[in-house]
Design a protein around this ligand. Sequence first.
Ligand code: PBG
Length: 332
Amino acid sequence: MRPTQAAFPATRLRRLRSTPAIRKLVQETTLTPGDFIWPVFVRDGTGVVEPIASMPGVNRLSVDKVVEAAKEAYSLGIPSICLFPYTDPSLKTEDCAEAWNPDNLSNRATRAIKDAVPEIAVMTDVALDPYNINGHDGFVEDGKIVNDRTVEALVKQALSQAEAGADIIGPSDMMDGRIGALRQALEAEGHENVLLLSYAAKFASAFYGPFRDAVGASGALKGDKKTYQMEPGNSDEAMRLIERDLREGADMVMVKPGMPYLDICRRAKDMFGAPTFAYQVSGEYAMLAGASERGWVDGEKVMLESLTAFKRAGCDGILTYFAPAASKILNG
Ligand code: PBG
């Protein structure tokens, strides 16, 4: 749609910007705590709040502290919390069996949150990298990341998460065919209301660096993830992936990273109209939080501006480490 407008001075677009009241009236997109999914890092222990050096302000939390975080999120109006486990290196193996252990860290945290704050939607991560001795999201055979055997393992992992009470399952692995396999397994096992938020268009990005520190996967990773995550220059391929995942049974789709990929978000929303999310990833957080720490940018302002940009680009919601800080400001 092209707006029609008279020529100057009949049209003076600055009239619409002349006071805070008028600006508020014509603001096209707004941000609320209801737009956020808050990713949190879980570790073993009790009473542990362990700072992550490359993500100032973000901590690894033991299960009891994650429960406190979930309560805080709920009271701030944040609808969902997303769990990422920091797995003890001794539990990382080639067969990744810890991924579907009913009592692994992620499942223990899910049960504890659902016990204490059942109203909050718990999202969990499906991928083998936290449990894999070589840091990849799939099994490695002869130096190659194998697809179909990985999908079978992802199904076991997702079912253990659904059993623990996960509301939203987020496959972040980028294997082919996993959404269909997960949807079928969830239906067969009586989990027909468990949602799938597919990391459908996930790019092979250097912006994931601080996350890999946070979950302890940096040291482990051999090589890169380019045979399964996308080439940053591609956009048509992102649309094919999103269409495929929606057809296989994804309820919601995600673009990741966020800020450098807002064109993909807009295109996806326009093309499919499905619930569309973006992940403002660890490196994006680190840039903003790090520059703010040094006094180079106004931290609060760049946080809210960056999050508003996702809404403007068509996103229904945002996974962001800023969720509690932004919500506190938005709630006044
Ligand atoms: C891996 C996974 C990654 C992130 C979420 N799940 C990293 C990767 O693909 O290597 C990144 C999140 C972030 O950077 O904040 N399954």
